[in-house]
Design a protein around this ligand. Structure first.
Ligand SMILES: [Ca+2]
Ligand SMILES: [Ca+2]
Ligand SMILES: [Ca+2]
Length: 635
C-alpha cells in the first residue's frame, strides 16, 4: 500500500512539473492592448498599458522605438495580463509604434499608436447653460444600416432593434430643427450580442441598452464601427450639436473576459448584493460596513463591481475616460450609477479629466429622490468625509419627480417651490442637470393623471427652471411607455418599414404636431433668454394651482407664470420683489396653453404688475424698463 502511495505522489509531482513546464514552454501571446493609442503632450504621461495575452511569466518589455520608454512592468499571477508604463516625449511623432514582450521561450510585438489630437476648437466643448440635452437610446431611435442588424427582433422589447450611429447621423437635421443642442447616447461600449439568462423578471434580456460592457475600448457592433461613431460626432458638431457619452465605470457585464480571468485578484469587489440603501452614503453616521456594501456590492449578479480602491483599476478607468474624449471629440460624459464608486475615485477621475480638458462637463447619475443626496455628490464643496468630488453636475431626480406629480394632479403647484428651496444645498445649482424624463422612468403620458396639457406644462417648467435641461427622445411627440422596457419603444419612422414617420410633420397626428411645435418653441424661448439660462430664481407667488417665479440675470428678468388649474387666474406681483427700479414693463411674448399668445402688454400700476394666467398655461413675461420698451416698440 505504502509504495502505491509513493508512486502516486511521484506521478502527481511529475504531472505538475510537466504542466508548469508546458505552460512556460509556450511563447508569449498578445491579444489586446489597452489603451491602444495615446497622445504626446498629454497631462497623463506616462500612460499605463494593460496587455491581455498568455505566457507572460517573467516577461521583459522593451520599446522598439528609442522615442518611447517602458518602465514599471508588472505581470499578474496567471501570466495572462501585463501592465507597463509608457513615457511619451512631447516631441514624439504621430504614428504607429511597437513594444516587444519577450520571455525565454520567445517574443511578440505589442502594437501602439500616437494619435494627432483632435481640434480643441470644435471638440471637448463641455455642456453649459446654453444647452438643451436630448437623450437617445441608440438601439431604439433610427436604423441607418440594416447590415449590422444581427439577431434583431423588433417584436421583442428586450431584444436588439437595429438602431445605430448612422441612423442618428441621418436624423441630425431633425434634432437641429427641434432645437436641442446636445445628445446623450446610451453606452456604446461593445456589449454581448446574446441575451443574458438569469432567474430575474428581466431575463432573458439582450444588452441593447449598453450597460453590460465586455470591452471598455470597443464599439458595439450593432451600432456600427468606430468610424461611424466619429462620423456621427463630426456631423453633430458641424450642426452645433454636442455629444455626451454614457460611461459605466462602476461595473462591467459578467461576459467580460475579466469576469473569468481578472487582471488582478482584487480587480473586482467580491460578489455580494448591493443593498441600495443609498442614504448611508450621505450620512456621516453610517457604519463603515454599511457604506462598504454600497460601494462594493454588485449592482446585480450579472454586473461585477470594479474595485476602484485598487490603484491599477482607478488608473485604468481614468485613462479609459480620457481616451474616449481624446479619440472621439465628445463634449460631455454621463457617468452611470456614480454614487456606488468611492468619492475619492470620483474626485480623481474628475480632476484628471478637467486637467486635460478644462471646459469639459460630466454629470453623475445619483438616482435618489432626495436633494441632499444628489447635492452631496456635486463638486465645489468639501463633504463631511473631507472630499470635494469636483464633479460638475448631477441629475436632479427630486425636482423631476415633483414636477411630474404636480402636472399629473398629485401635488399642489407650490410643491415645486418646496423642492427648489433645497437649491441651498447645491454648490453650483445652475450646473445641475434637470431631466424631464429618462430611459429608466415611465414616460409622462403613461403616468396616472397625465394629459397632453400637463405634459407641456411639465416640459415648460423643466425648460424655465435653473440648471441644464435634459429631454428624452419622443417626449416632443408625447410618446407613451410604462415601466422599462416599455419606455424604450422605437421612435416612429426610424425604420424604413415603419407605417408612421414622426420625423416628418405630416407623419404625425394633430396633437403630436401641436406638442412638437410647443416644445420646440419652449426650447427656443429658453435659448434666446439670458435670464432663463443664467438667472437666479426668485419666488413670487405659489399656491395650489399656481407657481410664479422670476429668473433674473445681469442682463434680463423673465417672470414665469404657470397655472395648472382649469380656470383663468389673475394676480398682482409686487414690483419690489423683482428688485428692479420703478416703472418697468412686463410683457408676454410667449408661452404654452390656450390664449397665451393673445395676452397683451401690462404696464406696472402703482408698483404692481397685474398678471393674467390662462387655464393650463405657462407664460413667460419678459420685463423691460421703459427705456428698453420704447426702443423695442419704437416703430
Ligand atoms: Ca442597424
Ligand atoms: Ca456586441
Ligand atoms: Ca461599486
Amino acid at each position: 500500500m505504502g509504495s502505491k502511495k509513493f508512486y502516486l505522489s511521484i506521478f502527481l509531482h511529475l504531472t505538475l512539473i510537466f504542466a508548469i513546464h508546458a505552460q512556460s514552454a509556450q511563447p508569449p501571446l498578445v491579444s489586446k492592448v489597452e489603451p491602444p493609442s495615446w497622445w504626446s503632450n498629454h497631462s497623463i504621461n506616462p500612460v499605463r498599458l494593460l496587455v491581455r495575452g498568455e505566457n507572460f511569466q517573467n516577461a521583459r518589455v522593451s520599446s522598439k522605438s528609442p522615442q518611447l520608454k517602458v518602465s514599471n512592468i508588472r505581470v499578474n499571477s496567471r501570466g495572462d495580463y501585463l501592465f507597463f508604463d509608457v513615457t511619451i516625449p512631447n516631441k514624439a511623432p504621430v504614428g504607429k509604434y511597437e513594444f516587444e514582450v519577450s520571455t525565454a521561450r520567445g517574443k511578440q510585438s505589442v502594437p501602439f499608436e500616437i494619435l494627432a489630437p483632435l481640434d480643441a476648437r470644435t471638440n471637448f466643448q463641455g455642456i453649459t447653460n446654453e444647452d438643451v440635452i436630448y437623450l437617445i437610446m441608440t438601439d431604439r431611435f433610427a436604423d441607418g444600416d440594416p447590415a449590422n442588424n444581427k439577431d434583431v427582433d423588433r417584436k421583442n422589447s428586450r431584444a436588439w432593434h437595429g438602431g445605430d450611429f448612422r441612423g442618428i447621423t441621418r436624423k441630425i437635421p431633425y434634432l437641429k430643427e427641434l432645437g436641442v443642442t446636445a445628445i446623450w447616447l446610451t453606452p456604446w461600449y461593445d456589449n454581448p450580442d446574446e441575451a443574458n439568462q438569469c432567474d430575474k423578471p428581466w431575463c432573458p434580456n439582450t444588452n441593447y441598452h449598453g450597460y453590460h460592457a465586455i470591452d471598455y475600448y470597443g464599439v458595439e457592433n450593432h451600432f456600427g464601427t468606430f468610424a461611424d461613431l466619429r462620423e456621427l460626432i463630426e456631423t453633430a458638431h458641424r450642426s452645433g450639436i454636442k455629444v455626451i457619452q454614457d460611461q459605466v465605470a462602476n461595473h462591467v457585464g459578467v461576459q467580460h473576459p475579466w469576469a473569468k480571468r481578472p487582471p488582478l485578484d482584487n480587480w473586482f469587489s467580491p460578489q455580494s448584493q448591493n443593498s441600495f440603501n443609498n442614504s448611508v452614503l450621505l450620512s456621516p453616521n453610517s457604519s463603515p460596513a454599511e457604506r462598504d456594501n454600497l460601494l462594493r456590492g454588485w449592482f446585480n449578479e450579472l454586473l461585477p463591481d470594479m474595485n476602484q480602491d485598487e490603484p491599477e483599476v482607478a488608473r485604468y478607468e481614468i485613462q479609459n475616460a480620457l481616451w474616449w474624449i481624446g479619440a472621439t471629440g465628445i463634449d460631455g460624459i454621463r457617468q452611470d450609477t456614480i454614487q456606488y464608486m468611492p468619492r475619492k475615485f470620483i474626485r480623481d477621475w474628475s480632476d484628471a479629466i478637467l486637467r486635460q480638458y478644462p471646459r469639459f462637463w460630466m454629470v453623475g447619475e445619483v438616482f435618489e429622490e432626495d436633494s441632499a443626496q444628489t447635492a452631496f455628490f456635486q463638486g465645489g464643496k468639501t463633504g463631511w468625509d473631507g472630499i470635494d468630488t469636483k464633479l460638475p453636475s448631477v441629475f436632479d431626480f427630486k425636482l423631476w419627480r415633483t414636477s411630474q406629480e404636480v402636472f399629473t394632479g398629485k401635488k399642489p403647484a407650490r410643491a415645486l417651490r418646496d423642492i427648489l428651496k433645497y437649491d441651498a444645498l447645491y454648490p453650483n445649482v445652475n450646473n445641475v442637470a434637470l431631466l424631464a424624463n429618462n430611459h429608466d422612468t415611465d414616460r409622462f403620458m403613461s403616468l396616472k393623471g397625465a394629459t397632453k396639457e400637463g405634459a407641456k406644462l411639465h416640459i415648460a417648467f423643466i425648460l424655465a427652471t435653473r440648471g441644464i435641461p435634459q429631454l428624452y427622445a419622443g417626449e416632443e411627440i408625447l410618446m407613451e411607455g410604462g415601466h422599462d422596457p416599455d419606455n424604450r419603444r422605437d421612435f416612429p419612422g426610424g425604420w424604413n418599414s415603419d407605417d408612421k414617420n414622426a420625423f416628418t410633420k405630416d407623419g404625425i397626428t394633430d396633437d403630436e404636431r401641436e406638442a412638437l411645435a410647443d416644445i420646440s418653441r419652449l426650447i427656443r424661448i429658453r435659448k434666446e433668454s439670458d435670464a432663463l439660462k443664467y438667472g437666479k430664481t426668485i419666488d413670487l407667488f405659489y399656491n395650489e394651482d399656481v407657481y410664479v417665479f422670476a429668473r433674473k440675470s445681469d442682463k434680463q428678468t423673465v417672470v414665469v407664470a404657470i397655472n395648472k388649474s382649469d380656470k383663468k387666474e389673475f394676480l398682482d406681483i409686487d414690483e419690489g420683489n423683482l428688485q428692479m427700479a420703478k416703472g418697468n414693463y412686463l410683457i408676454s411674448p410667449d408661452g404654452v396653453g390656450k390664449n397665451v399668445q393673445a395676452i397683451s402688454l401690462f404696464a406696472n400700476i402703482d408698483g404692481k404688475f397685474p398678471l393674467i394666467l390662462p387655464a393650463k398655461s405657462a407664460v413667460f413675461y419678459t420685463v423691460y424698463t421703459q427705456q428698453e420698451y420704447r426702443k423695442l416698440y419704437k416703430n
